[in-house]
Design a protein around this ligand. Sequence first.
Ligand SMILES: [Zn+2]
Length: 116
Amino acid sequence: MAKNKNLPAGRQGNNPDLLAKCSVCEGDLEEGDMVVLEDQDQRTTFHVTCPKCRTSSIVLISNSQAGMVSLGLATDLDSEEVRTKFFTNSVSSDDVINVYQFLSGYEGEFSGLIRS
Ligand SMILES: [Zn+2]
């Protein structure tokens, strides 16, 4: 069931941690700085603060039919603000995508956070 070859040995599983790096300084994002906002079978959304530059990001990792997809974007909201604004009610995947579009207006590559 190893769905992601990029995961280091021993890291396979449901944890999305250590997949991502900071989109600003490219520092490694650490598990202890992550706050899971939503965790579903095929998708995990979490807020993470870079330990180096303190930039906060929202990261979504989804297992789709096309494989694992990771989206991330910088935000100036802290994890509680994000949770309050966007995750107080159950949301659909479309809602999550809308959040990203709303926050970022970003139409380009989301691959900056993916460690290859
Ligand atoms: Zn950083």
